[in-house]
Ligand binder design. Structure first.
Ligand SMILES: *Cc1c(COP(=O)(O)O)cnc(C)c1O
Length: 846
């Protein structure tokens, strides 16, 4: 059968043309008044389209369109919104510098909107918020990802509460994506090699306000069927599919940018999936400048940023050597390095031939700037990867942290946004980087805040009943049972939400541990409590699926199906209902396995209070004024014991603090104490966990320095990077000849504060020059427990005289801290273009 295809678009009357333009820009997804225009067009079509603006336009009848085109009130609203859209795109932004050099942000998934299902969970939502915020701030940033034909699975439960999965196909022609074409209108294409086969990909653009996200897609006729499937599903397939996807994302992503005429001056790897991009960038420099691998790496390294999200060793992506051999062996020729040296790029222990190839290690080794996603996770990451920096004290391991954030206009409900806009003023929308505006929380009256919140709870309960009804109908429940859906939940009861991926470490069933104690709370008629769960388990994760079933069975066994409900198919829509309509947001991970978490931040900005283990972001954001902590940040060896202790702590909190506070009502029926906490929480978390704070951090700590490094290199045609590579090479061959022969000081056994101390170090430089080395006094308090220097300071020493190649370095310090103090001397490389003075193997201690 020969089918000719063409695309049919709705015929919009002229006055409605702006709708089409806005439907194709995700700006709409975080502007409720713009969404409202589509809802007003045809509410049924909007619901049937599954909240897709483009599809809605296609579904509305021509008569209706013609009618609306003559409706003055509609046109006035359209004009207002469209005006705002245009002002947004042209207006001033936080970033005002050049946009010639861009940061390319790479992520495997993007959670931008329900109408673009190419995300699975937290990582994707973070990338989506990153893109939206970058647009708000006018940053010179583009996104790169993959366009999955099926996206992530949809979850539905069978009558027994067991998770089933389906993979609906995405329909690109009704989604806010556009195929990129060349000047003559043909699709722009790039190719990558996959185990000797040439695979072609086309490029789609998603417009995100002022910014663009580009998505690669191999589902085109030129490719053989198996290669068309490279972009079939997100996190589907086997390890081989995964390495293919990662080659496409990393290597293909750089090529796509080139094809688009975009120069990725700096690249940001959001998780290690895209780490192959480092190799492609090195290859480009080698080809263009005739540099060696070592030289080209010094060009790329200072402009690479890597964000890790995985606090457990097993969670970091690793490939078997045979698979790497199949797909990457040719890179030894391209890069001119040995196979062993190639593998060393992805190994913690380069000499261990049994170690697999780790994408996190590759990303860390290719990047000058690395970070974890919360303060605690930064620390966990430094500890986990310290082996990559042998000889460097843990506190100096160059992995910092930028705590995640969430995009307020995406996650604060429309009614709460209206309220905040009214009290905070237009500035709140126009200058989202002005975080202090959240201090105006105190201006909002208790009544108004509470009424707004209660409306959200009602909306949540209504949405939940609707979904329960659909579920019961689908699973063939009898009519009487379907009727009961109307009684599920109460719009007035204290509502606790637990919504997250159902992985066992998150302990979705912790609250069920003592059924009697829980039932007492649920069945209390005066102070009722209800629980809403949502979340997907990975299709292969049987224990995760079992957790879901356990919850459903619990509700049925104890006849509390009206007090415990599970909402299917957790996605951005359900997340919005839950994070704005619940009263309490529960999170019970095993510390420190939650790198950051973001749903609790969304909840906070809506005035939903957190009750959580001190893990991830909550470890740094918690204080008794904003929410509750389960435990005090303990870590346990015995998981059973931990579950016992922490579930008891949770019941105690609920019984003694949370429930009484929620139900302590004055004559006006307002829970004043609770409302006070809501305000504190919104004020503090609104500022500290806004994605605008996050992007200011990324910009100041990483993007701007990386772009500066790039410009500095470009100025002399990368000569500086080349000279640095030469210097490091020379240093490596001379390093063994370098010796600290003697360290002396005038320290007496007991010194007084204010005394001055002179330290002399005698160092044989061999054939190196003093200006090529950083000699430091490393000093601070000595812990007598393990005889190490804690909270050490390192201060550069000066060469004051020499006798041949032996130099005397000297430093005078004042004794400022009391207690047992100590010092030692160390040597590091010194070059104006190092970014970080540590280079593998190049550190010498006295
Ligand atoms: C915010 C969000 C997440 C991430 O939440 P965590 O706190 O990291 O569990 C996952 N899925 C959806 C749909 C979300 O909106």
């Amino acid at each position: 059968m020969n089918i000719s295809t063409y695309t049919v678009k709705p015929k919009l009357p002229a006055p409605l043309k702006p709708l089409e333009e806005m439907a194709r820009n995700l700006w709409l997804s975080w502007n409720f008044d713009a969404i409202q225009l589509f809802i007003r067009l045809d509410y049924d079509a909007w619901l049937q389209s599954q909240q897709s603006p483009i599809r809605t336009l296609g579904m509305v009848s021509q008569e209706r369109l013609e009618k609306v085109a003559k409706d003055d009130s509609y046109l006035a609203a359209l004009k207002e919104v469209y005006g705002r859209f245009q002002r947004y795109r042209k207006g001033d932004t936080w970033y005002r510098g050049t946009k010639k050099d861009v940061v390319a942000y790479f992520s495997m998934e993007y959670g931008m909107d329900v109408s673009l299902p190419i995300y699975s969970g937290g990582l994707g939502i973070l990338s989506g918020d990153h893109m939206k915020t970058s647009s708000d701030m006018g940053l010179p940033l583009v996104g790169i990802g993959l366009l999955y034909r099926q996206g992530y699975f949809k979850q539905y439960l069978n009558a027994d509460g067991f998770q089933q999965e389906s993979y609906p196909e995405n329909d690109w022609y009704n989604m806010p994506v556009e195929l990129k074409t060349d000047k003559s209108g043909n699709p722009l294409k790039i190719s990558v090699d996959m185990a000797g086969r040439n695979v072609i990909a086309q490029i789609w653009e998603v417009k995100v306000g002022r910014s663009s996200l580009y998505l690669l897609d191999t589902n085109i006729e030129e490719n053989a069927q198996d290669m068309r499937n490279v972009t079939a599903t997100l996190y589907g397939g086997d390890k081989e599919t995964r390495i293919q996807q990662e080659i496409l994302l990393g290597i293909g992503g750089i090529r796509a940018l080139r094809a688009l005429g975009i120069n990725p001056a700096a690249t940001h790897m959001n998780e290690g999936h895209s780490a192959f991009l480092g190799l492609e960038r090195v290859r480009e420099v080698m080809e263009e400048k005739g540099f060696s691998f070592a030289e080209a790496k010094e060009v790329v390294w200072p402009t690479n940023i890597f964000t890790t999200h995985t606090p457990v060793p097993a969670g970091n992506e690793r490939f078997e050597i045979a698979l790497v051999d199949k797909y990457m062996h040719q890179w030894t020729q391209i890069l001119g390095i040995s196979w062993k040296d190639f593998l060393a790029l992805g190994r913690e222990r380069p000499d261990d031939d049994h170690e697999t190839f780790c994408m996190t290690v590759l990303a860390l080794k290719m990047s000058a700037y690395s970070n974890g996603v919360s303060r605690l996770h930064g620390k966990v990451s430094r500890d986990m990867w310290k082996g990559l920096w042998p000889g460097l004290p843990e506190s100096e391991i160059p992995i910092g942290h930028v705590t995640n954030g969430v995009h307020p206009r995406t996650w604060v409900s429309s009614s709460m946004t209206d309220l905040l806009d009214r009290y905070f003023g237009p500035h709140f929308d126009e200058e989202p980087t002005d975080l202090e505006i959240w201090n105006r929380m105190d201006r909002i009256s208790d009544e108004e805040l509470w009424r707004t919140h209660e409306r959200r709870r009602e909306r949540l309960v209504a949405a939940a009943r609707d979904r329960i009804r659909q579920h019961l109908k689908r699973t063939g429940a009898v009519e009487r049972k379907i009727q009961q859906a109307e009684d599920a939940l109460s719009p007035y009861a204290l509502t606790i939400a637990f919504a997250r991926r159902f992985a066992t470490y998150k302990r979705g069933n912790l609250l069920l541990r003592d059924p009697e104690r829980l039932l007492r709370l649920l069945k209390d008629t005066e102070r009722p409590v209800q629980l809403i769960f949502a979340g997907k388990a990975h299709p292969m994760d049987m224990p995760g699926k079992e957790l879901i079933r356990e919850i459903i069975h619990f509700a049925e066994k104890y006849d509390v199906t009206s007090r415990i409900v599970f909402l299917e198919n957790y996605d951005m829509t359900i997340a919005r209902y839950l994070t704005s309509g619940a009263d309490l947001w529960l999170n019970t991970p095993r510390r420190p396995l939650e790198a950051s978490g973001t749903s609790g931040m969304k909840a906070s900005m809506n005035g939903v209070l957190n009750c959580s283990v001190l893990d991830g972001w909550w470890d740094e954001a918690y204080n008794p004024e904003v929410g509750w902590a389960i435990g005090q940040g303990e870590q346990y060896e015995d998981p059973q014991l931990q579950d016992d202790v922490e579930s008891k702590a949770l019941y105690d909190l609920l019984e003694r603090e949370i429930i009484p506070m929620f139900y302590q009502r004055g004559r006006d029926n307002l829970p004043r104490e609770w409302i006070r906490k809501m305000k504190n929480c919104m004020r503090e978390i609104g500022q500290s966990m806004s994605s605008h704070r996050m992007l200011m951090d990324y910009s100041n700590q990483f993007y701007f320095p990386a772009l500066k490094n790039y410009r500095r290199m470009v100025k002399d045609d990368f000569a500086e990077a080349k000279s640095l590579a030469g210097y490091l090479g020379r240093l490596r061959s001379s390093w063994n000849g370098l010796r600290i022969t003697k360290v002396e000081s005038n320290a007496k056994p007991v010194m007084l504060r204010g005394d001055s101390l002179t330290v002399n170090a005698y160092i044989d430089l061999g054939n190196l020059k003093p200006e090529e080395l950083q000699v430091e006094l490393y000093h601070g308090r000595v812990s007598n427990q393990n005889a190490t220097i804690e909270h050490a300071r390192h201060t550069e020493m000066r060469a004051v005289s020499n006798d041949g190649s032996v130099y005397r370095y000297q430093l005078k310090v004042e004794c400022t801290d009391t207690g047992c103090q100590g010092h030692t001397v160390r040597i590091l490389p010194k070059h104006s273009f190092l970014v970080h003075p540590y280079r593998s193997g190049l550190i010498k201690w006295a």
